[in-house]
Design a protein around this ligand. Structure first.
Ligand code: AMP
Length: 282
């Protein structure tokens, strides 16, 4: 398996593929890999002639320095996992100054208003950071297809907007959420949960399932109340937001509209760990 720390060595490795007009699949990650990431990599391997996986913890997308500092860093293990899937994977793991050059800061983006909802409201500058780093990564990797998890559903919509804004010739592919046995969405942040917290965190999936079951019978107001009440009952969690939103615009509606696909979105804290999840409702 080839591991590149510089854009120039990555470019030399990719040159023969480009000359032969081979397709390049790309999976951007921040490392601490788990089966969710690996599902994206496996799909990319099936659909492309070569696959690049980036492992880069992007400083510009963290609004909270403590969160950046505590983000798990497990590169050695990540490489073992990737190698166990395929020795052909090309890994790109630059330091920030290599990817950004001198100016490690974000561009300002307007992603059709999607950036102002949910994660955008609660994590100042987050999507500017995501847009900036992905623009740089897409330019370095020049992928034909790039794979993103529905785990970060808002991010997936943002990336689809980004490639239009930056006119990047890449196909963005959304991939389903991979869950633990107890329903908790896999996340690098789960590594920071105690055993008890990990077990309790099944509540998030449980609540989303309940909302899905009751979606056709209850109003938005009552569905929101149901979730708030579930969280009030638990000492472990702090609910940051729960929203049922149009899955294309991420805007909320007062009443259910015909022919609109809705999705439930949740962000909460358990201990000091912030977890997000979402689920299609209809
Ligand atoms: P991250 O390393 O957290 O930035 O995630 C890298 C990519 O993996 C993103 O596109 C995520 O949406 C995706 N991802 C993370 N967790 C999961 C999961 N449980 N299921 C599917 N995709 C995931």
């Amino acid at each position: 398996m080839k591991i590149h720390n510089s854009k120039s060595s990555l470019e030399s490795t990719l040159l023969p593929f480009k000359k032969n007009k081979n397709s390049i699949g790309f999976v951007p990650t921040m490392g601490a890999l788990h089966k969710g990431h690996l599902s994206l990599v496996k799909k990319a391997l099936k659909e492309n002639d070569c696959v690049v996986v980036s492992v880069f913890i992007n400083p510009t997308q963290f609004d909270n320095p403590a969160d950046l500092e505590k983000y798990p860093r497990t590169l050695e293990n990540d490489l073992i996992l990737l190698n166990s899937i395929s020795e052909k994977i090309i890994v790109f793991s630059p330091v920030a100054s290599e990817l950004y050059s001198q100016n490690i800061s974000s561009k300002s983006y307007v992603f059709s208003g999607i950036e102002q909802e949910m994660e955008g409201k609660h994590r100042a500058g987050h999507f500017d950071g995501v847009g900036t780093v992905l623009n740089l990564l897409f330019k370095a990797v020049t992928p034909s297809k790039a794979y993103f998890g529905e785990k970060d559903f808002q991010q997936l919509l943002i990336v689809k907007e980004l490639v239009k804004i930056e006119r990047l010739p890449v196909n963005i592919i959304g991939c389903p959420i991979v869950r633990e046995k107890n329903g908790l969405a896999m996340s690098s942040r789960n590594k920071r949960l105690s055993k008890e917290e990990f077990e309790k965190a099944a509540l998030i999936y449980g609540v989303l399932m309940k909302v899905k079951e009751k979606f056709h019978n209850l109003s938005f107001e009552n569905l929101n109340k149901l979730v708030e009440d579930e969280f009030k009952k638990s000492d472990f969690f702090t609910l940051e937001y729960f929203e049922i939103a149009n899955s294309s615009t991420l805007k909320t509606d007062v009443v259910k509209l015909k022919n609109i696909k809705y999705r439930a979105f949740i962000a909460c804290f358990i201990g000091g760990v912030r977890l997000i999840d979402n689920m299609a409702l209809n």
